[in-house]
Design a protein around this ligand. Structure first.
Ligand code: NAP
Length: 283
């Protein structure tokens, strides 16, 4: 029941209409007996500073931040978590004395999803497809978790080089940039964990795939597509057809939400409740 004590959390973004976050957080609130509601807030272009200030003034407990504001929001925070600073993107704001503190729970979310799916990272040869904001964060996660070698393949080589330079400056020579079309030049005696971090194949363009060549997929032992709509992308189908295991981005979304909820409420979400929440998402 909403009453005078109800706390509000929400999502700042543009667009926000198709978000699954209210389903995650309102379910968690009801199952943890927390008097909290979570609502989407559509923030028009140019108004993100006003939105952050307004959220604080209205006593919001915390907010998530999504596209296109994950980096834009940073100057308006009181404090920034070191991991979020390294990634250069924030998706969770936590209320503190005098302002919000920014965190990135997307990458810890992906890590928890990979742990839950029993996909190891340490020592693995990794392919990251794409070199956008998320791919860059994935490269940091893989380096942090001691991947053996990380290849970043992108349509625009310059962006892959930029990711490699930034990550290598911090972690040493672990990231190798490549042109996407040069995938045939990858060392052929290796099998890879591939993380698909582009928007190619996302609904409604479900027949699109970043690499269509079946031979490429013979080298993939595990494919992780960060897309969750559709639940099985063409990339995932191609991985499975060549005998690999494939996962979508739904668990990453789930766990980034769970970690944010834990920050806001101080409560710990059990794996059992995480699983129930996953079913509640309906993916
Ligand atoms: P972004 O910054 O826009 O980067 C997009 C990347 O995709 C770039 O590397 C771009 O290559 C590449 N790309 C786009 N269209 C392409 C095409 N037709 N052919 C080849 N490459 C193409 O996006 P982002 O913010 O990093 O997000 C990437 C994806 O991550 C999203 O689409 C979403 O599916 C997923 N995601 C999932 C979650 C989750 O919780 N599961 C959370 C956040 C994001 P160029 O550099 O050459 O343009």
């Amino acid at each position: 029941m909403i009453d005078g004590y109800t706390r509000t959390c929400g999502l700042l973004g543009n667009p926000v209409e198709h978000t699954l976050s209210p389903a995650i957080h309102n379910f968690l609130a009801s199952r943890t007996q927390t008097n909290l509601v979570y609502v989407p807030f559509h923030v028009p272009e140019g108004l993100v500073q006003d939105a952050v200030r307004g959220a604080y003034a209205l006593n919001l407990l915390g907010v998530n931040v999504t596209v296109p504001y994950k980096s834009e929001v940073i100057p308006f925070l009181k404090e920034l978590d070191p991991l979020a600073e390294r990634i250069g993107a924030v998706n969770t704001l936590v209320r503190t004395e005098g302002g919000f503190k920014g965190y990135n729970t997307d990458m810890p979310g992906l890590y928890r999803a990979m742990c839950s799916d029993q996909v190891p990272i340490a020592g693995e040869k990794i392919l990251i497809l794409g070199a956008g904001g998320v791919a860059r964060a994935v490269a940091i996660l893989m380096a942090e978790k001691k991947a053996g070698k990380i290849y970043v393949l992108n349509r625009t080589l310059e962006r892959a080089k930029q990711v490699a330079d930034e990550v290598n400056a911090f972690y040493g020579e672990v990231v190798f940039p490549m042109m996407l079309s040069d995938y045939g030049k990858l060392p052929s005696d290796e099998r890879y964990l591939a993380i698909q971090a582009t928007s190619v194949g996302m609904y409604p363009n479900v027949e699109d795939v970043i690499i269509g060549d079946e031979a490429f997929y013979q080298r993939i032992h595990t494919g992780y597509d960060l897309i969750f709509n559709p639940a099985e992308t063409r990339f995932m189908k191609l991985v499975k057809e060549q005998g690999g295991k494939a996962y979508n981005g739904a668990k990453m979304l789930l766990y980034q939400g769970i970690i944010a909820y834990e920050y806001w409420t101080g409560k710990t979400i059990s794996e059992e409740l995480a699983e129930q929440t996953y079913h509640e998402m309906g993916i």
